[in-house]
Design a protein around this ligand. Structure first.
Ligand SMILES: *Cc1c(COP(=O)(O)O)cnc(C)c1O
Length: 394
């Protein structure tokens, strides 16, 4: 078999459908302005929501950790790769999330895959929101549990579907903030529904950690849910500007994961430098709440401005602002026209979103200036006119 020809044909099909992806290389740090191919762009595609990617205090923390621990962990956590800084960060994360314990994973993806596959087996039923992140979907598949997908953010559909599975072990899992639509899960109702049926609740707060809630603790913090959420997953890679993922929950859960989460057991420990950066970032989240306040204020302003310009943008409060275009090729053309004006906003297409719902995904940082936002809204509106894209009736 000529494998290159086989894959080449598949790529050609993607190309013909306007679905082929390529990589974009930055040669500057992740900030509101980045350098791509020698040109400066305004970046509206970063998960570094608080703009901490170049913060001198975080860079210093990495430098100090490198001097102390060297450049790599050298082993898995259960062999020779556990360092005192791992324990310190896990204690801080547990405190931050209001839980008894926390466990680090190398990425958020690995945290989701590890916890779900360790927790559930073929005797379990997992109820999963239709828009959950791919890493949750993959964790569910690995677990071999029966997976029941409920309509996006629909507690009514969840309740209806749960009624058919009394008396079995059940897990309800949802994104806290949905990564594509930027909406927030109806957690208080969801938790009440799950608890009434005796289910365990897990929330993926990748996009909410450091962003939402009075303490920046995420959606559980926002809704004051305390320990009603049994499993809180978060990333260090988005607002916290570092890398890695974690699970926070009861001490027994953490102990169990140390023993059974395969993506924890069989992988080299997360780099101590990343831990040091995360500790410094958590400190900033605690000490500088104005960063997330400014971020949310700017997000609110930009959503309203785009809506005032008649563009198809949903109301909401997170820094993820989707602008619905519909057709994949038009979304790509929109993104390319913005790039010609030195504004970088990615187009999301199938399979990331459902066919016919391709969109631009605008994502803000606290460090975008108001002028950046105003300028970008104007350019978006101009291009939308050229492409005949307008909002729903308002
Ligand atoms: C980004 C993301 C992840 C994965 O986190 P990484 O640290 O990037 O691996 C998991 N869930 C959601 C909802 C995410 O947006």
């Amino acid at each position: 078999m000529d494998v290159d020809r086989y894959w080449g044909d598949r790529l050609a099909t993607l190309q013909a459908q306007g679905l082929r992806r390529t990589l974009t290389y930055l040669s500057s740090p992740q900030g509101p302005r980045v350098t791509i191919g020698g040109r400066e762009f305004l970046l509206f595609a970063s998960n570094s929501y608080l703009g901490l990617g170049t913060d001198p205090r975080l860079k210093e923390a990495a430098r100090v950790a490198m001097e102390r621990y060297g450049v790599g962990a050298g082993g898995s956590r259960l062999t020779t790769g556990s360092y005192d800084i791992h324990r310190r960060l896990e204690e801080e994360l547990a405190h931050f999330k209001g839980c008894e314990g926390a466990l680090l994973f190398n990425t958020g993806y690995m945290a989701n895959v590890g916890v779900i596959s360790a927790l559930a087996d073929q005797d379990w039923v997992i109820f999963s929101d239709a828009y959950n992140h791919a890493s949750i979907v993959d964790g569910c598949r690995l677990s071999r549990a029966r997976v029941v997908v409920y309509d996006h953010a629909s507690v009514a559909d969840l309740e209806r579907k749960m009624a058919s599975y009394r008396g079995v072990s059940t897990l309800v899992v949802t994104d806290g903030v949905f990564s594509v639509d930027g909406d927030i899960a109806p957690l208080p109702l969801l938790v009440a529904c799950a608890k009434a049926a005796g289910a365990i609740v897990m929330v993926d707060d990748a996009h909410a950690t450091g962003v939402l809630g009075p303490h920046g603790g995420g959606t559980s913090d926002l809704f004051q849910l305390g320990r009603q959420v049994d499993i809180q997953m978060g990333t260090l890679s988005k607002a916290l500007a570092s890398e890695g993922g974690f699970i926070a929950g009861s001490a027994v859960l953490i102990d169990y994961l140390i023993n059974r989460a395969r993506s924890f057991v069989y992988s080299t420990a997360i780099n101590p430098m990343s831990c040091a950066v995360s500790l410094a970032a958590l400190e900033l989240v605690r000490r500088e709440p104005e960063r997330r306040e400014l971020l949310l204020e700017k997000a609110k302003w930009m959503r309203e401005r785009l809506r005032d310009l008649g563009l198809p943008v949903a109301a909401g409060q997170t820094p993820i602002i989707p602008l619905l275009v519909g057709d994949a090729e038009v979304a790509v053309a929109f993104s390319q026209k913005l790039q010609e004006r030195c504004i970088f906003v990615p187009a999301l297409r199938p399979p990331t979103v459902a066919p016919g719902t391709s969109r631009l995904r605008i994502s803000l940082m606290a460090t975008h200036t108001w002028e950046d936002l105003e300028y970008t809204c104007r350019v978006i509106s101009e291009i939308a006119d050229q492409l005949s894209i307008r909002g729903h009736e308002q």
